[in-house]
Ligand binder design. Structure first.
Ligand code: BES
Ligand code: ZN
Length: 628
């Protein structure tokens, strides 16, 4: 273990170009360096050297061609080159570069060999006087950020749709850019789309279509590339209040408007907790069902799945989460994907604080407990001593999406909750507000955060530090012994009611999605066909309109081969593209020979409805199950 860590540290230092305070990432409980050492840590997931050359502003000119499923355009960068370097490197992935101009003149550019996961570095010759670099390019058929939908794959089924998903390193598949979270830039954009469609970005947005079908955008706050976003389709807008609103397809917008009625209030709640919302407007767009994730915190415009439109506003914590990223993530950004918990752990914590404020402690406690259950099962899957269960991740040389798990979210947020419990809420809230304020529009490493935590909150108090045991959380595996737990009274009530089977109708009155999930979890390990039938007759769970409940129910149906649910399950996997739902279903199916046949069949029929990355992950899982 020690040798392994020494080798890792050495590798990082050799690869280093970005100087930062490097406190403890080589630390082991018993081999901690006594003094913070100044060393280096580089983002291993970008091939760009724009951290040494300033590319401060992008002008993106793009035409969206639905026939060719291609974006054609140019990316023009404002450049400053104080170090007088001769070679600007930008990230690209499956882009075809037509030409490059430096200060208006055509230059001979060069594309490197493809690097696994990372794409191809574009080399552009520059001089110390260079101020402008423009790249003329087209996106490829394997653009990982782009999902092109035919009309049949949309909610209203009338017009095509395009959306991007740039996190973590997919912006490079639609814009040649410095694609690392540690590099920020402002942008302007001009986007041409087919007549009648609306384009939206992570920027100042239009609310209606115009006759020219050309839309212009401005983001005047510096953001990292993973927050570049574009959606194009038949989209309409409805305001919530003066600074919030919803966008969706016409047939969805009223439902979305109803579901998100509290979003205006939510922004105010978040501000009360951790300081002013710095981005101007906050809008949400509900995308077609193929969207591969729940939500994405694109600045000013959260992208979200329609699977949270439950009809009863019970899944809006996802919006609280994406809104919270307007502080944790978008304002203070993880410097590398190894520090991902700084984005997601903080946001998970913040999300639950917003929900507590809006819905009460009993409600937020349920979110904490469901999160803890996810944490526990993820640690079980990975192994309690697995390196992948540290908060500080080690993704160098790997796909950064390997780091996407419950660890950064749940271990991260439980760590912050422990700090809160230890120092008291008032002190912790003050600390967090100050942290966001002082580091606005900058990046943060785990090591710098820990130094900041020590000097602004823990103040070197050894008793406090001992109680928290930072090393065990950040540089150690599994669930630390001092992990805080909640004991939600509303779950206790569910457990009491569950003592009778089937649970009486009167008992479930007023249950939120979270109570239903807890109830089903109690039965989910060993469901039987007989139990499923009784529950279905009483509660019609096969036809639940709530995607969270339906997904868990279908997983149970797969486990015990409860056939009456399979028709609806097929309908579900034929349209919903959210990985969180699809992966466990396909995995569950692939565990029996008959189920595997069904999974193969579904995947063949419906894979084109899924985002390229969802296709890839399910493909990988199925080919393993098929013995490939
Ligand atoms: N930023 C993430 C989504 C993401 C992470 C995309 C890593 C690509 C790589 C987003 O904020 C998120 O966490 N979404 C969750 C929401 C949930 C935790 C409420 C999701 O999509 O499920
Ligand atoms: Zn998040």
């Amino acid at each position: 273990m020690l040798n392994f860590m020494r080798a890792m540290c050495l590798k990082r230092m050799v690869a280093a170009t970005l100087p930062v305070v490097f406190l403890m990432s080589c630390a082991h409980k018993h081999s901690k360096p006594a003094m913070p050492a100044v060393a280096t840590q580089r983002d291993a997931h970008t091939l760009s050297n724009a951290d040494s050359i300033q590319v401060n502003h992008l002008f993106l000119d793009a035409t969206v061609d639905f026939d060719k499923k291609m974006i054609v355009g140019s990316a023009s960068w404002d450049v400053k080159n104080p170090l007088k370097l001769h070679d600007l490197r930008l990230d690209t992935y499956d882009l075809s570069i037509d030409s490059v101009r430096v200060d208006g003149k055509l230059v001979a550019f060069r594309l490197d060999q493809l690097v696994k996961f990372l794409g191809t570095a574009l080399h552009i010759p520059i001089t110390e006087h260079t101020t402008a670099v423009a790249i003329y390019y087209k996106t490829g058929h394997h653009a990982t950020a782009l999902q092109w939908l035919d009309p049949t794959q949309t909610h209203d089924k009338k017009h095509p749709f395009l959306y991007t998903q740039s996190e973590s390193i997919y912006a490079r598949s639609w814009i040649p850019c410095p694609d690392g979270p540690g590099i920020r830039f402002t942008y302007d954009a001009r986007v041409r789309v087919p007549r009648g469609l609306l384009a939206l970005m992570s920027a100042e947005n239009p609310t209606t279509t115009n006759d020219s079908s050309v839309y212009t955008f401005r983001m005047d706050k510096p953001i990292p590339a993973y927050l570049m976003a574009l959606a194009v389709g038949d989209i309409t807008f409805q305001p919530i209040d003066s600074r919030t609103g919803v966008y969706a397809e016409p047939g969805m917008v009223a439902k979305a408007r109803y579901e998100f009625d509290d979003v205006g209030k939510m922004v105010g709640t978040a501000e009360q907790l951790y300081g002013p919302y710095r981005w101007g407007r906050y809008d949400v767009i509900v995308l077609p069902p193929g969207f591969p994730i729940g939500g994405m915190e694109n600045p000013r415009l959260t992208f979200c799945t329609p699977t949270i439109i439950a009809g009863d506003r019970s899944l809006v914590n996802l919006v609280a989460h994406e809104l919270a990223h307007s502080w944790s993530g978008n304002l203070v950004t993880n410097a590398t994907w190894n520090d991902f918990w700084l984005n997601e752990g903080f946001t998970n914590y913040f999300e639950r604080r917003i929900m507590e404020q809006m819905m009460g402690k009993d409600y937020a406690d349920m979110l904490w407990e469901l999160g803890y259950a996810d944490f526990e099962s993820d640690v079980k899957d990975k192994g309690a001593t697995s390196r992948d269960t540290w908060l500080k991740d080690s993704l160098n040389g790997r796909d950064p999406d390997d780091g996407f798990s419950d660890i950064p979210y749940e271990k991260g947020s439980h760590f912050l909750k422990l700090v809160e419990n230890t120092v008291g809420r008032e002190r912790f809230d003050k600390f967090l507000a100050k942290y966001f304020g002082e580091h606005a529009f900058t990046t943060m490493t785990t090591e710098r955060f820990l130094v900041y935590l020590d000097s602004n909150l823990l103040m070197g108090d050894t008793a406090l530090k001992h109680k928290i045991d930072i090393d065990a959380w950040v540089y150690g595996p599994g669930i630390p012994a001092n992990c805080p737990r909640t004991h939600p009274v509303r779950f206790k009530a569910v457990e009491n009611a569950a003592a009778t089977f089937p649970v009486p109708l009167a008992a479930v009155k007023g249950w939120s999605t979270h109570e239903w999930l807890h109830y089903l979890h109690l039965l989910a390990d060993t469901p039987t066909i007989a139990h499923m039938k009784v529950l279905d007759d009483r509660f019609h769970l096969t036809h639940s309109g709530n995607a969270e409940i339906a997904d868990l129910w279908f997983q149970m149906a797969v486990k015990c081969n409860y056939q009456p649910a399979f028709g609806e399950m097929e309908r579900f996997v034929s349209t919903v593209g959210r990985r969180k739902f699809l992966e466990p279903l396909y995995k569950g199916l692939s565990q029996t020979p008959n189920g595997l046949k069904t999974a193969n069949l579904y995947f063949k029929k419906y894979r084109n409805n899924y985002h390229p990355l969802t296709q890839e992950s399910i493909q990988k899982m199925l080919s393993k199950a098929n013995g490939g």
